[in-house]
Write a protein that binds this ligand. Structure first.
Ligand SMILES: [Zn+2]
Length: 164
């Protein structure tokens, strides 16, 4: 954020509140805009179809990099509705159910991930955001140690090993 969202002046470092946290703010005291840079909620889906998990490679990602289907919420949308919509939009599948797995702070991306296990059926039709997908048996899934990978870890503990 370079310019004030309210009045357009270049933002400067300001200290804000009792804890004197460093933030970016408007130099104009009468404007008073402060950019809080709060974490953004992101819904993520471990999509299961016919007993296999679907991982997706985003069109912006390098070859070989697969992760969960994710997306931002629309205004007025619950996380549950959002994750069902994303599975439909990005994979073209018909989502049948969504079970909450957990929430995960992804500090590097300033995101709060809300992860669901989504059962789905139908024919896969990728939208422009997804370059390719791969199917894996749950026992072949290997969690990655950040972001949505932590949801995969918890999902596997629950589903494959039955310890959840
Ligand atoms: Zn301003």
């Amino acid at each position: 954020m370079t310019y004030c969202l309210k009045c357009g002046q270049p933002m400067i470092p300001v200290t804000d509140g009792e804890d004197q946290t460093q933030r970016l703010g408007c130099p104009d005291k009468t404007c008073g805009y402060v950019f809080y840079d709060n974490p953004i909620p992101v819904v993520a889906a471990i999509v299961e179809k016919d007993g296999e998990i679907i991982l997706a490679r985003n069109a912006a990602w390098p070859q070989g990099m697969f992760a969960l289907v994710t997306g931002f919420l629309e205004k007025g949308e619950t996380p549950m509705d959002g994750v069902l919509r994303e599975v439909h939009e990005e994979l073209g599948l018909e989502p049948l159910s969504a079970e909450f797995i957990g929430y995960y702070s992804f500090f590097a991306m300033n995101q709060l991930i809300l992860a669901y296990h989504v059962m789905a059926q139908g024919q896969v039709t990728l939208n422009h955001e997804i370059a390719e997908i791969k199917y894996l048996k749950p026992e072949k899934l290997k969690p990655w140690p950040f972001g949505t990978g932590l949801a995969v870890r918890d999902f596997l503990e629950k589903k494959v090993y039955g310890t959840g």
